[in-house]
Write a protein that binds this ligand. Structure first.
Ligand code: NAD
Length: 443
């Protein structure tokens, strides 16, 4: 059943629990509170919970602190340390826990199963459990089985927010998708979001679960196409920026996700494309297009590393390289599956000394160094990171990297060379100062 409708914006306040105060659960809880619902947010990580209770945000996200504070002050948002305490008495329980990539590429559902197991016996009669975590087809049924109660419906409600604009995306989503075998439960979940005014698509759970993976796999494929096109532009002497401008004005293509870079990454695209490929393989379907998009992304990472090696005279062994940016994209602190971090790590493996700067990463020492940053020298600003370096690699598109004093930068470096993997800088301006400059898909 598919039902696309514009929405009545009046919202009846409901009792809602949200399990997991991460990049999805926290904006979701704050948004639902903003629309007048009474929300209890459960977070089992003591550090994250303590930060929330003290009014500090455990993640970097513009506008989140204000939205959370508004919910708390209005009495619509509070925090608990356990899913059981949050779920007790709730009419709707949103599962917003991680679904990382398993060893075989499939989604690891252990956090979802564990949360479902915890809350099952505590749920109020007739409560609705909502899978907001990104989960493979069949997961609504799986959660129903784990809970094992005929009075409880499970609804799929995938999330499409983007890190870096999560608050705005949550308050103004492009669409709300709800899928369930119980149409009333699906409609009730959709009604929670009627304040957003977004189109509502009501469908079955399998279709809803497929929509989420299809969206991310499509975006990843679009980026792989753009990066491959950039490689072709380098070979034939075209400028990928103008090529993409020419493409983007075509309304069927659009400008979104049309920027080349060091490869796509982050906590969603890599795991979700692999999970969809795994689903296809299990179903006996040959989704070679998607396999190609994933392979192409691997090539892109390798091409960027090779560009840095070329800039350094063919090898980075024993060479100091500066990297600007470690997060997977700008305006977030998320380094999960970050292409920038992957390039930095590969340079270390190739024997480089890597001096790194990212606005969200502070230098720490000893045991406090996060495992993913081991082997990198973390610096406190881009100039410090570039001091004595044979090349700077621009890996994340932080806006502040555009506005630096290039003459000062050139003086600090051992040799003035830039590999701009985000096409952030103006080639003419950079070369005028005396830099050797290489970018993605440009001359
Ligand atoms: P996250 O790791 O940032 O947050 C998950 C949180 O859940 C953690 O803080 C963890 O401590 C907590 N948690 C886990 N089990 C719990 C339990 N039983 N009780 C209480 N707290 C518990 O993950 P995320 O990035 O928010 O992603 C969550 C889901 O949303 C994933 O399936 C992801 O694929 C999907 N998603 C993520 C994004 C994104 O941009 N990050 C966008 C759309 C969808």
């Amino acid at each position: 059943m598919t039902n696309i409708a514009s929405r009545d914006r009046r919202v009846a306040p409901r009792a809602v629990a949200v399990i997991g105060a991460g990049y999805v659960g926290l904006p979701t809880a704050a948004t639902l509170a903003h629309f007048g619902h009474r929300v209890v947010l459960a977070e089992r990580d003591p550090g994250r919970l303590e930060a929330l209770r003290a009014g500090r945000m455990p993640i970097v996200e513009a506008g989140l602190a204000e939205l959370v504070a508004d919910g708390v002050v209005a009495g619509n948002l509070r925090f608990e340390g356990s899913a059981v305490d949050a779920a007790r008495g709730a009419e709707f329980v949103f599962l917003c826990v991680a679904t990382p990539q398993g060893d075989d590429g499939s989604a690891d559902l252990s956090y979802v199963e564990q949360a479902a197991k915890e809350i099952g016996p505590q749920l109020a009669r007739g409560a609705v459990v909502v899978n907001k975590s990104t989960v493979p087809v069949g997961s609504a049924t799986l959660v129903e089985q784990v809970i094992g109660r005929p009075d409880i419906s499970v609804v799929s409600n995938p999330e499409f927010l983007r890190e870096g604009s999560a608050v705005s995306d949550s308050l103004h989503p492009d669409r709300i998708i709800v899928g369930a075998d119980d149409p009333k439960a699906a409609a009730d979940v959709g009604a929670l979001f009627s304040g957003t005014g977004a189109p509502l698509i009501v469908t079955d759970a399998t279709t809803s679960e497929t929509i989420k993976y299809a969206s991310n796999a499509f975006l990843a494929t679009k980026l792989s196409f753009v990066n491959a096109l950039a490689g072709l532009c380098e070979e034939v002497g075209a400028d990928v920026r103008d090529v993409l401008l020419g493409l983007g004005y075509d309304k069927r293509i659009g400008f979104e996700f049309l920027q080349p870079g060091p490869g796509w990454g982050g906590s969603c695209l890599p795991k979700d494309t692999r999970a969809l490929l795994h689903i296809a393989q299990k179903a006996g379907y040959d989704f070679s297009l998607l396999a190609g998009a994933i392979a192409s992304n691997e090539q892109q990472l390798a091409r960027v590393v090779a560009k840095v090696e070329t800039a350094c005279g063919g090898s980075v062994q024993g060479v100091t390289v500066s990297v600007w940016g470690l997060t997977f994209k700008a305006n977030t602190d998320d380094r999960r599956d970050s292409p920038a971090l992957e390039v930095a790590r590969r340079l270390v493996t190739l024997g480089a000394t890597v001096r790194a700067f990212d606005p969200t990463v502070a230098a720490v020492e000893g045991d406090a160094v996060p495992a993913d940053l081991a082997g990198l020298d973390i610096c406190s600003d881009p100039y410090e990171a570039a001091t004595g370096a044979a090349a700077v690699a621009v890996l994340t598109e932080w806006d502040e990297f555009r506005w630096l004093d290039l003459a000062r930068l050139a003086r600090l470096m051992a040799t003035p060379r830039i590999v701009d993997a985000r096409n952030l800088l103006d080639p003419a301006a950079v070369r005028r100062i005396g830099f050797e400059y290489d970018a993605i898909g440009r001359q």
